[in-house]
Design a protein around this ligand. Structure first.
Ligand code: S3P
Length: 172
């Protein structure tokens, strides 16, 4: 079985995914890292040199590859479910469950404000006010995709261990 973690940038997909995979003794796959290894470039580097359209194209190709790996916890990029028919691929993937790690706007702003340089989509935003406005709109647009996940879990003010426990309780 595969567990697919979905959520906005900064929602904790990688941290939760790693811990969950250790507890379940599953493989851990981070789609962003997978892309970076295959393309021999960082995500920011790919955005800079080849642009977002190229990134979305290869993101889909690599998504298809990771969805067929056995017994894995897979963390997707924040935008992965929101392009083309990616969410359909995710929901129809064999023996898989998707989990939306749902964080509120204030929580996301808090987690992302010092990490802008790693995230090409928000690196141009100058003030915290701009970040709040951007995330608010972006999350609203993306929620229609995220909400198609099998399970939705609120992650605000919860410890990694309690989120991992909740995921396990919901899925098994
Ligand atoms: C993106 C999120 C990033 C990465 C890329 C685009 C997005 O992943 O895939 O920068 O569109 O939200 P994380 O959610 O792991 O930061």
């Amino acid at each position: 079985m595969n567990i697919i973690l979905i959520g906005y940038m900064g929602s904790g997909k990688s941290t939760i995914g790693k811990k969950l995979s250790q507890i379940l003794d599953f493989e851990y796959v981070d789609l962003d890292n997978y892309i970076e290894e295959k393309e021999k470039n960082t995500i920011s580097g790919i955005f800079k040199t080849k642009g977002e359209i190229y990134f979305r194209k290869i993101e889909k190709k690599y998504l298809e590859e990771v969805l067929i790996l056995p017994n894995s916890v897979i963390s997707l990029g924040g935008g992965t479910p929101c392009y083309g028919d990616n969410m359909k691929l995710i929901t129809e993937a064999e023996d898989s469950k998707s989990v939306y790690l749902k964080a509120s706007i204030p929580q996301l702003v808090m987690r992302l404000k010092d990490e802008k340089n790693k995230r090409p989509l928000i690196s141009h935003l100058k003030s915290e006010e701009q970040l709040v406005e951007f995330i608010g709109k972006h999350l609203f647009e993306r929620s229609v995709f995220y909400n198609q996940s099998n399970v939705t879990l609120s992650v605000d003010n919860k410890s990694v261990n309690s989120i991992v426990e909740e995921v396990i309780l919901q899925l098994f």
